[in-house]
Design a protein around this ligand. Structure first.
Ligand code: BG6
Length: 528
């Protein structure tokens, strides 16, 4: 093969990566493509091999053949055939049941053989791309068969995919099971949101810009909005989703990652524990909701049929594996308060949902209004407020809305935008979002991975909501049409505070660069 593989300083450490559940979608959609992208960037060493491990009926030969056929169909960006071939040639397969000790013996032999052939220094990475019910079993079996034992300077790490439990008690149990057989340093709890470039940029943006950080507090910020809106429905995951719902599926993990990155104090270094300590502090400072507050500060919704991106789509109750009268929520909006010196009194509004009007994830920092006094004797009626939007996806970038004088002889103000767009500035990268995370596991950098205490702190915030929602099952579902922005109560959640969600996609600039007036003039100010 003619693929040039020269290494760089950032190249990951040698290892054999075992993918438990290798026959599933994640392997061909994300993991192997991400490894190929890392290899292309010279971030994966020559001393590297993959072992696929699962109960499906493959041999090494047929598994390789399957990857060669399937990956070009599934990978989000094209992969050079010689690169894929390079990867497949160092990929092996072991068939086995996750509960069968013999299967782990075979796995051990295969890993040892790959280690000898590719000089991987005895380092082992186990990626658990399996249903959560297997997490504890696999971790136990790996320990029992000495596969996760670290000795003579070799490392062994285990990557766990969300969900980390389905409530506080089960999250604690999972952490306990894992820690019985692994040290916390060996466990990498992956949240793919942290693989997104713009999420990582939140910290850099805040802490590398001296004009930003002094304003990042209750003195200047009116409120924060975090939106993760999807246009897709539950797709083929109805069975799983019925037991999860939007709150469990998105909030204690992805949305809380965005929230903690936005709200954390500056760490003293980029050391994994320094950063994660600061994130954990934020989670601990979120005021737990009382049962009364759950009723007033949370909104749940479920989509009915509607039109999404020009297509008529069915309601949630008609999706495969979903009960017709299901009361599982596909939308959630929350108002949370962070009880600390920096954020006291500044609401954080979170919303996420399926089958919404647009696919968009963003963080909005809405600043307070300046004093009006200067404009009292002009025709300006209201002052627009500054708004910083961190666009996570699909657009990646940052925009800052600020007031400017509209040219002309009378005093008129307009809100104009200063935009930074990642792709225009840096060009597009081939990325599945898993590259950085996989490289970091191999390099032993746990900064972007959740620690046990963070997982539990996140669930502690969610648990009171789960309790009240369980005691008072939702009535009146479906309560929003597919293709809308969710139930009306989500708008009311902000309206009763005199605020409004940013009208994503509706803010057209007029000829003079002004943004159309926002929904609630009294709070956010109208441009006259
Ligand atoms: C997953 C959720 O963790 O994240 C899915 O289980 C959701 O329900 C997905 O669709 C969203 O991720 P992304 O990267 O597409 O925003």
């Amino acid at each position: 093969m003619n693929y040039d593989h020269s290494e760089t300083n950032s190249t990951a450490a040698p290892c054999v990566m075992t993918i438990c559940g290798a026959a599933g979608d994640l392997t061909k959609r994300k993991l192997i493509p991400a490894l190929c992208n890392l290899a292309e960037e010279k971030l994966l060493p020559e001393q590297f091999a993959v072992v696929g491990f699962s109960a499906d009926d493959f041999t090494t030969e047929s598994f390789r053949k399957n990857l060669m056929q399937e990956i070009p169909k599934f990978a989000v960006s094209p992969i050079a055939p010689q690169l894929l071939d390079w990867m497949c040639q160092r990929t092996y397969y072991v068939k086995g049941d996750f509960q069968d000790a013999d299967a782990y013996q075979r796995l051990e032999q295969q890993i040892a053989e790959a280690d000898r052939k590719y000089h991987t220094a005895g380092n082992r990475l186990f990626y658990l791309a399996v249903a959560p019910r297997f997490f504890s079993t696999i971790a136990k079996m790996l320990a029992l068969c000495c596969l996760s034992k670290e000795e003579d300077g070799h490392w062994a790490r285990v990557v766990v995919e969300k969900p980390f439990g389905h409530d506080l008690a089960s999250a604690k149990q999972l952490n306990q099971d894992l820690r019985q057989v692994l040290t916390e340093k060996q466990i990498y709890r992956i949240d793919h949101y942290l693989g997104k470039e713009t999420v990582q940029n939140v910290m850099v943006f805040r802490f590398s810009n001296n004009i930003i950080e002094p304003l990042w507090n209750r003195n200047y910020v009116d409120h924060v909005q975090i939106t993760a809106a999807e246009t897709v429905g539950v797709e083929h995951r109805g069975g799983f989703y019925e037991t999860a719902g939007a709150l469990r599926d998105m909030v204690p993990n992805h949305l809380f990652q965005l929230l903690t990155m936005t709200a954390m104090e500056p760490p003293i270094s980029f050391d994994a524990d320094e950063v994660r300590n600061k994130q954990a502090e934020v989670l601990h400072a979120i005021q737990p909701l009382t049962p009364e507050e759950v009723l007033t500060n949370t909104v749940r919704g479920q989509y009915g049929s509607g039109i999404v991106e020009g297509q008529r789509v069915p309601g949630y109750g008609s999706e495969p594996a979903v009960a017709l009268d299901s009361n599982t929520e596909t939308f959630v909006a929350l108002k949370l308060l962070i009880d600390n010196w920096r954020w006291a009194g500044v609401p954080f509004y979170l919303r996420t949902g399926k089958r919404l009007a647009r696919r968009v994830t963003e963080i909005v920092i809405q600043f307070r209004r300046t004093p009006f006094v200067l404009f009292r004797n002009t025709s300006v009626r209201n002052l627009e407020t500054n708004r910083l939007v961190i666009h996570i996806q699909p657009e990646e970038g940052i925009s800052l809305g600020f007031g400017a004088k509209v040219p002309g002889s009378i005093m008129k103000l307009g809100l104009v935008n200063m935009d930074f767009d990642y792709s225009t500035y840096f060009g597009m990268e081939h990325s599945t979002g898993y590259e950085r995370l996989l490289r970091d596991c191999m390099a032993g950098d746990a900064t972007l991975f959740q620690r046990a205490d963070m997982v539990e702190a996140g669930w502690s915030v969610i648990q009171p909501i789960l309790d009240v929602w369980h005691a008072l099952p939702a009535r009146g579902f479906p309560n929003y049409a597919a293709g809308s922005w969710g139930p009306i109560e989500a708008d009311e959640l902000l309206q009763k505070d005199g605020r409004a969600w940013r009208r994503i996609g509706e803010e057209e600039l007029d000829k003079r660069g002004r943004i159309a007036p926002p929904a609630t003039p009294e709070k956010t100010g109208i441009v006259t």
